[in-house]
Write a protein that binds this ligand. Structure first.
Ligand SMILES: [Ca+2]
Ligand SMILES: [Ca+2]
Length: 378
């Protein structure tokens, strides 16, 4: 292939890879790597071989080895987190929402009784787990240079995605305007190495991949909720296709009932609810089951794989999700369900704090607006 055609082909592949990968940690990292390789190549020394290597990095269908599930050694110990759990009496409810295509059809689901953490897992709780086990989260693990040929190893530093409000944006289609891969970002440093969780013991832990949340749940003798359990608990007896989990009005007597986003996303957060990013757990009123922050604050990992068509085939009794994941918007990425929205949700950008709506996350892409809570069988 002539050199100019080969270069055009590489660029095309790069564009395709960006479209394919969309929001994932490996994507953010790969973009950084691609940009760096392109800069290093320069016009004089540009080698197609190098460019093609960088393009190969972008294809996240073959997930780099750093993202392969590591066997952890947590079976040696059992922890305790002393969080109050609420008994959720089982029953039948109408799962789904007429406002969101992937939450349809609304269908009857029956869940058995279970216990659920009354609030999101906090930094203090997660620290107890890490202190007891030495667990290293995905965001803290080293990257394997063999998976990133042609990239300066100095670039391959652990990190994670952090929201950063841009001064101005061109439309809301390109999330790269407000998400950045930040070296050194982790649950201990949620917004990067200069941030800290000191004094934030009661804030929800963030920057966790799915397996990190699962490891904590396992250690403490609990598990992550199924999507059906999560929604049943969030709806808390209101099963009439309501707009918000708390009812039909966004505010109650002028007061905000959840930590979401007010103002023009993503550049002008007016913080009318009092919080720009995460809020300490239990800062807002609980639902009628006594659960806090089911909507807003941080997204919560659920155990189910994500498929937009699952509700058409879901069994009625205790559904546990499809056998695998598929998101037509980002095929090739493995996704689990996330629920409840976060401090970045508003009607302008992400309405998925609303009742019955679904969220999804690539399993190894932690961010500073995703956390979790646990459940336990009776
Ligand atoms: Ca807020
Ligand atoms: Ca939440």
């Amino acid at each position: 292939m002539p050199r100019n055609q080969k270069w055009a082909s590489s660029i095309f592949k790069l564009i395709i890879c960006i479209l394919e990968s969309m929001f994932s940690r490996s994507f953010l990292l790969a973009v950084s790597a691609c940009v760096m390789v392109a800069c290093q190549s320069g016009t004089k020394t540009m080698q197609n071989a190098v460019i093609e290597d960088s393009v190969a990095l972008c294809h996240v269908g073959a997930i780099p080895s750093r993202f392969v599930q590591r066997t952890d050694s947590l079976s040696h110990a059992q922890g305790k987190d002393n969080i109050r759990m609420v008994l959720i009496e089982g029953g039948v409810f109408q799962m789904g929402s007429s406002n969101f295509p992937d939450a349809q059809p609304i269908h009857a689901v029956e869940v058995s009784s279970f216990y659920m953490d009354e609030h999101e897992v906090t930094n203090a709780q997660f620290k107890t787990f890490v202190d007891a086990t030495g667990y290293l989260t995905v965001a803290e693990r080293p990257l394997d240079p063999n998976e990133f040929p042609g990239v300066d190893p100095n670039m391959l530093v652990p990190g994670s995605a952090v929201f950063a409000a841009p001064e101005e944006v061109k439309g809301l289609d390109n999330y790269m305007q407000w998400w950045q891969y930040v070296p050194g970002a982790s649950w201990k440093h949620p917004e990067g190495p200069n941030s800290s969780i000191e004094g934030k013991e009661k804030y929800p832990v963030t920057q966790l991949a799915y397996q990190d949340a699962e490891a904590y749940a396992k250690w403490v003798g609990k598990r992550l909720p199924t999507e059906a359990e999560w929604e049943y608990a969030a709806k808390a007896g209101k099963h009439t296709d309501e707009t918000y989990y708390w009812g039909s009005e966004k505010r109650e007597n002028g007061k905000w009932l959840a930590n979401i986003y007010q103002g023009d996303f993503p550049s002008n957060n007016t913080k009318e609810d009092g919080f720009e990013t995460t809020a300490p757990v239990k800062s807002f009123p609980p639902n009628t089951y006594g659960l806090y922050d089911m909507e807003g604050n941080v997204w919560e990992w659920c155990a189910d794989f994500y498929r937009p068509d699952y509700y058409a085939h879901s069994p009625k009794l205790n559904p546990t999700g499809p056998a695998d994941s598929h998101d037509p918007q980002e095929p090739g990425l493995i996704k689990r369900v996330q629920r409840g929205g976060s401090f970045l949700c508003n009607d302008q950008y992400c309405e998925r704090y609303k009742a019955g709506s679904r969220g999804k996350g690539e399993i190894n892409s932690p961010t500073n607006n995703v956390g979790f809570r646990c459940v336990k069988d009776i």
